[in-house]
Design a protein around this ligand. Sequence first.
Ligand SMILES: Cc1cc2ncn([C@H]3O[C@H](COP(=O)(O)O)[C@@H](O)[C@H]3O)c2cc1C
Ligand SMILES: O=C(O)c1cccnc1
Length: 338
Amino acid sequence: MSAFATVAAFDAALRALPAPDEAAIAAAVERQASLTKPAGSLGRLEDIALFLAGWQGKARPTVDRARVTVFAGNHGITAHGVSAFPPAVTAQMVANFEAGGAAINALSGAAGLELKVVALELDRPTADFTVAPAMSAAECLAALSAGAAAVDPALDLLAVGEMGIGNSTAAAALCARSFGGAARDWVGPGTGVDADGIARKIAVVERGLSFHDNTPHTPFETLRRLGGREIAAMAGAVLQARLLRIPVVMDGFISGAALAPLAAACPAITDHCIAGHVSLEPGHARLLDRLGLIPLLSLNMRLGEASGAAIAVSIIRAALAAHNNMATFAEAGVSNAP
Ligand SMILES: Cc1cc2ncn([C@H]3O[C@H](COP(=O)(O)O)[C@@H](O)[C@H]3O)c2cc1C
Ligand SMILES: O=C(O)c1cccnc1
């Protein structure tokens, strides 16, 4: 049984987003107040501990069963010369992930994360969205469900990312349709196209937006018309994690864009999400603002693969180490502020 077998099931999930556990947050706030430090002195590390307490439903949250999942897919719009690299690189990089040689292998290892790679029909690129919907309804539901199926209910944290040559163009189109603005506001260099490449990307996004404009601007229709399999899978994984109250760490521009169509209709979809970093892709900062997310890190990265999300997990581990392992004023015999 796939999680999102019908559009109605997907829409119903979006309308039934669970809230965090307020009692667990209150207990975590109480613990924070008792720890041997001036109140608030650990800044966002304190916020992270409370955030995880709420979604995990425990005053002392954990990151023992954390996983990074990278979804991969191919894009028909690569025929328009929108990437600096050929589409064959998607499958080649999946092989590299499996062989352990990619940046995400090194970075997930450094962050103590299990890595799972989900390749979605790489030999069947999506359709060219300037002349057709990228995916049929069945294809989009299959990708959403593959994302949901990749979420192990036993996880205490999920980091998501992607690999898909051409997907920064699809991401720009999703953002423009979901949040408005011109194509040029959302298009950037991706893998590093030159000025002519940027102009081609803008033209492709503009043609896609106008071709699909006169169709329902629902989360599902936007995802299937302008998205990609790996993008829909990220959306399905984040939605499924929410239903399971598993907190999620997002990566860069493309992972964020996967949530844009959902957030345009249901802004609360990002409540269980942490933005791991802000990437150099120019649309990402604007997108995070629209998603209501403040990035944890800003490292001038522009890779994807969940690389920024993986690094952010080390900060999250530090936040929980402080929250769970520090002594209280009473335990340490330290005088609290009167
Ligand atoms: C070797 C290599 C490894 C990557 N890992 C992530 N991406 C990133 O680049 C792609 C998006 O950029 P564009 O839209 O310009 O194609 C995605 O696959 C993204 O994950 C990579 C790209 C390359 C070439
Ligand atoms: O922001 C990202 O994640 C990104 C930027 C450029 C290329 N690939 C991914």
